[in-house]
Design a protein around this ligand. Structure first.
Ligand SMILES: [Zn+2]
Length: 448
């Protein structure tokens, strides 16, 4: 792993490369590694403290190189011992980073949890063939055994979570997991101190970015396009609509209207059976090419995996097909992948040549079906997360489903409307469709 690869994943402009001196331990090294432990971040230089985060930063790590000098600007504490993490050093031009790329990649690529394949994706047929009543029954019995989410909701957005976090390590925390964003902030702040140049993430010096995306699961979602668009138009927001190529009758007329309106058509896969990310290259190609051919007239460049099923090698394979993907939440709970998962950042990052745009507001399905939240609680949670992302300066990326049983339903449509109203009142928010945002993000890498 070179400095350039790491800068590429975080999309730090390449011109900064000369200012960095990086050391990491490769996983094969034997002399000084500690396996799968918990690290706590300690920021000793007050100039580097992120103003938007009071939370104690703890994350799992796999291997660390145990360099230990006197009082570095930032250190990590692992197993009671303190190790160097970031050093600005007055005498050198360079910023010294230890373990940085290891940690970043471990978290961004979700290497910290075991990717088990959910049972329903192993069925010889699509889970969609099981009647919804039975599907719900199975889902609810499974949920009961799982985790106490109230603890998360009450602690992680409000900053008093440190005690709770220390008592019981939960990772990632939900609905906010600030670890990678704090690490990014440290690096950018250190570069700013060294070079005198501030990094900006969005065009025209905007503070934050907003994109709206919809996944169309059933045919009913086509019927609800116009009511959703009516609301979005009121606030001048365009959105991306992700479609399946082999699940329902396609209404191209309606999709055409969306494009004429300034919206974007993205690919949501082939038939939503949850198997796509587990197929071999040939199987993936067959399905993705079917979808790309079906929707060729829209020149789709963005993708969202059905049920957000993903793994590192699948995402890397996707980069051969799409300019951007949005299948990885920053933090998620009780997904079919794992109890807790996510890339731990509210900024886009690069996977090979593809821009990964994390899903940063909890999707409607998770709040309505998994957590049984009522519309008021949903809105409150969304607004709090919007505020967090706004303060960090990241991307607000929402996934709603236009189907009858989710945001297409009047009850939840009103929540969506109130959320858009809330976002529209904020100043300096850049808005575009996902592909345009991704293109701009990628260009930044080579900016002078
Ligand atoms: Zn879907």
């Amino acid at each position: 792993m070179s400095e350039e690869t790491m800068l590429n994943s975080l999309n730090i402009p390449i011109r900064y490369k000369k200012h960095l001196l990086m050391q990491s331990l490769s996983t094969s090294s034997t002399d000084s590694h500690i396996k799968k432990q918990i690290a706590t971040l300690k920021i000793n230089n007050k100039k580097l403290l992120p103003h938007w985060c009071k939370q104690l930063i703890m994350f799992p790590i796999q291997n660390i190189c145990n360099k230990n000098t006197n009082n570095p600007d930032v250190s990590i504490i692992v197993g009671g011992k303190e190790f160097d993490f970031l050093n600005l050093s007055n005498t050198s031009k360079n910023i010294e980073l230890n373990n940085f790329e290891n940690i970043i990649n471990y978290l961004l690529f979700e290497r910290y949890f075991l990717h088990k394949r959910a049972l329903f994706t192993r069925l010889p047929f699509s889970y969609n063939l099981i009647p919804p009543f039975f599907r719900n029954m199975i889902r609810k019995t499974n949920l009961k055994k799982k985790i106490d989410i109230d603890n998360d909701i009450n602690t992680s957005i409000n900053t008093n979570s440190n005690k709770a976090l220390k008592n019981k390590f939960r990772f990632p925390t939900w609905p906010v997991e600030p670890s990678v964003d704090v690490l990014r902030y440290l690096l950018e702040k250190a570069l700013e101190i060294k070079t005198g140049r501030k990094s900006n993430h969005w065009p025209n010096n905007n503070k934050c970015c907003f994109i709206a995306t919809h996944d169309m699961e059933t045919e009913t979602s086509f019927r609800n396009i116009s009511v959703i668009r009516e609301i979005e138009k009121r606030y001048n927001f365009n959105s991306s609509w992700n479609v399946l190529s082999n699940k329902y009758n396609l209404n191209f007329k309606k999709l055409n209207i969306l494009v004429k309106d300034g919206c974007e058509i993205g690919i949501h896969g082939y038939n939503h059976d949850g198997k796509l990310s587990f197929l071999n290259k040939k199987g993936v190609a067959k399905r993705l090419n079917h979808a790309k051919t079906t929707f060729a007239r829209f020149k789709p460049t963005s993708f969202r995996s059905p049920i957000l099923m993903r793994n590192e090698s699948f995402l890397k394979e996707l980069s051969n097909y799409f300019e951007c993907d949005s299948s990885v939440p920053d933090t998620d709970i009780l997904s079919p992948l794992a109890k807790r998962s996510g890339c731990c950042t509210v900024f886009p990052f690069m996977i090979n040549n593809m821009v990964e745009v994390p899903l940063t507001l909890p999707q409607d399905y998770r709040l309505i079906y998994t957590l049984n939240l009522n519309p008021n609680k949903m809105l409150k949670l969304w607004k709090e997360k919007v505020n967090y992302i706004y303060n960090v300066g990241g991307i607000i990326n929402i996934l709603t489903h236009p189907d009858d049983y989710l945001t297409g339903n009047e009850r939840y449509l009103r929540v969506y409307e109130r959320l858009l109203h809330y976002i529209s009142k904020k100043e300096d928010v850049y808005h575009d469709t996902i592909s345009n945002v991704a293109r701009g993000w990628k260009e930044k890498m080579y900016s002078k």
